[in-house]
Design a protein around this ligand. Structure first.
Ligand SMILES: C[S@@+](CC[C@H](N)C(=O)[O-])C[C@H]1O[C@@H](n2cnc3c(N)ncnc32)[C@H](O)[C@@H]1O
Length: 257
């Protein structure tokens, strides 16, 4: 069922200036609710944006964070890489006391699955609506509250909390990260023995990301995933990249300011 949020009665002048197409740009956005299959566990019930044409930057919050109208809907869609990451969290035994951070979570499917299994999950994203969608999806799946932090990777000083035992993310390499803020954010939030898991649908910015992670002393192993279409799933081509810090890397990271 599609739900349309009421359009904002007024869009700030700054937002109009950023979207020359105004008033053709929608100020309300439509959502849908669907059962999303995750391998090996029960489906998630997920409220997402209706499609990638939605936009609703009420109050210009996204614009102020540098989120363009084209990238505005990215947080609110079910991405194939997000599904694969959720599958992998579903298959991973929950370890007592372990803390897991999902970075650039979007709809946070992996966090929802991990939280439902009893893992200590924290999700974070820059999008002003990601936290609200997470709360709604926790409610739809009858789950208790979960830790969520809002903010951009560039604010490395603003740690999400103590370093995590596992740091995960999916489909995050779609923009060139010339300053390497994503890699630095990941490294700063990982304990020395933590793995960093990134699922990527063969995006072009991978090599630069590998080099950044290597500069922080991380080695990578990759698992290629070529999956045929399945019930509720499109065919998928991508990879799970697992980064682990070497001993030399741990010493180098200790010198980070
Ligand atoms: C393509 S979406 C993928 C979402 C989710 N990981 C998935 O696979 O379904 C990219 C996500 O990264 C978030 N993101 C992009 N740049 C970011 C930044 N600088 N800081 C924090 N989150 C960011 C976006 O808001 C969006 O939710």
């Amino acid at each position: 069922m599609a739900v349309v949020t009421p359009p904002s009665p007024m869009l700030p002048a700054s937002a109009k200036a950023a979207h020359p197409g105004f008033p053709r740009v929608m100020t309300g956005y439509a959502t849908k609710q669907a059962n999303v299959p995750i391998r090996g566990v029960a489906d998630l019930v997920v409220r997402s944006l209706l499609d990638d044409q939605q936009f609703g930057d009420d109050g210009g919050k996204a614009e102020a964070l540098g989120i363009s109208s084209a990238s505005w809907p990215l947080f609110g869609l079910v991405w194939p890489s997000g599904l694969l990451l959720a599958d992998r969290i579903a298959a991973r035994p929950v370890r007592v006391g372990e803390r897991i951070l999902e970075v650039g979570c979007g709809l946070a499917l992996a966090s929802l699955v991990g939280h439902r299994l009893g893992a200590d999950m924290t999700a974070c994203d820059i999008h002003p609506l990601a936290g609200a969608f997470l709360r709604e999806n926790l409610r739809l799946n009858e789950l208790s509250a979960m830790s969520y932090r809002h903010g951009p990777w560039a604010q490395v000083a603003r740690r999400v909390g103590e370093p995590f035992d596992l740091v995960i993310g999916s489909d995050l390499l779609y923009e060139a990260d010339t300053r390497g803020v994503l890699a630095e954010f990941l490294v700063r939030h990982a304990t020395p023995t933590a793995e960093v898991w990134i699922v990527d649908p063969d995006r072009g910015n991978r090599s630069a990301f590998h080099r950044r992670m290597a500069s922080f002393g991380y080695e990578r192993t990759e698992e290629r995933v070529d999956a045929l279409a399945d019930v509720g799933r499109a065919a998928y081509r991508g990879r799970l990249m697992v980064y682990r810090r070497t001993e030399a890397g741990a010493a180098a990271a200790a010198l980070l300011p």
